[in-house]
Design a protein around this ligand. Structure first.
Ligand code: FES
Length: 215
């Protein structure tokens, strides 16, 4: 409908008499609105539609829980029983335990979780693990691609994390050190603990997260 046709049929506001009941309702509505506004002056602003909620782009923090980042169980809490021994790794996001905000607004927060025989882990890696379960950044240190594969290494007979962009390989038993390819440094490690049977974060990332050069 054009403005012209609307104006031709709609009465002007000057010509509309406000019934007493409506006027009283309007006064009450304004009063309630003012009270609600003053009561909420101390409230934190909620996320607007289309905006990421506060905390969703912050790095994982001590006490964060871990939830599936993909698949049928996306968003569900990860327990130790959800991580298959010997791989493949589970892909996860950290989740704020207080607000339940999943920290998925930054791709640098995606995590790989894998369970291995604790006897296979080097001392430092075992110290960050819980029951042989260890976690690393899922972002390749070469050019920042996601590390997606769990395959037999090109340089040994063990399975390793592999980034398919330029074939860098990382050994999760040894702090995700680089065993093949152009990656300049290991994946950042994320210390874990168990909290009521669910996996949670025991401390900040150890090491730098993200790629050293543009892809
Ligand atoms: S981005 Fe992973 S090997 Fe290049």
């Amino acid at each position: 409908m054009s403005n012209a046709s609307f104006n031709a049929t709609a009465p002007s506001s000057d010509s509309i008499a406000e019934p007493e009941a409506c006027a009283e309702q309007t006064r009450r509505t304004l009063l309630l609105g003012a009270l609600a506004t003053s009561a909420c002056l101390g409230c934190s602003a909620p996320a607007r539609a289309g905006e990421d909620p506060p905390g969703s782009d912050e790095r994982p923090q001590k006490g964060d829980r871990l939830v599936f980042s993909e698949g049928d169980q996306e968003g569900k809490l990860i327990t130790s029983a959800d991580v298959p021994r010997g791989g493949p790794p589970v892909h996860a996001w950290p989740q704020d335990p207080t607000t339940s905000v999943v920290r998925s607004a930054s791709r640098l927060n995606e995590i790989l979780i894998i369970q291995l025989d604790p006897a296979e882990l080097d001392e430092q890696t075992r110290a960050r693990a819980v029951d042989g379960i260890i976690a690393y950044s899922a972002i390749c240190s070469h050019a920042g691609c996601p590390v997606t594969a769990w395959v037999k290494s090109d340089v040994g007979d063990k399975e390793v994390f592999k980034c398919m962009c330029h074939n860098s390989e990382y050994d999760p038993r040894a702090g995700a050190q680089v065993v093949f390819g152009p990656a300049p440094r290991r994946l950042a490690a994320l210390p874990l603990m168990l909290d009521d049977g669910s996996l949670s974060v025991a401390g900040n990332f150890v090491g730098k997260v993200g790629g050293a050069q543009p892809g």
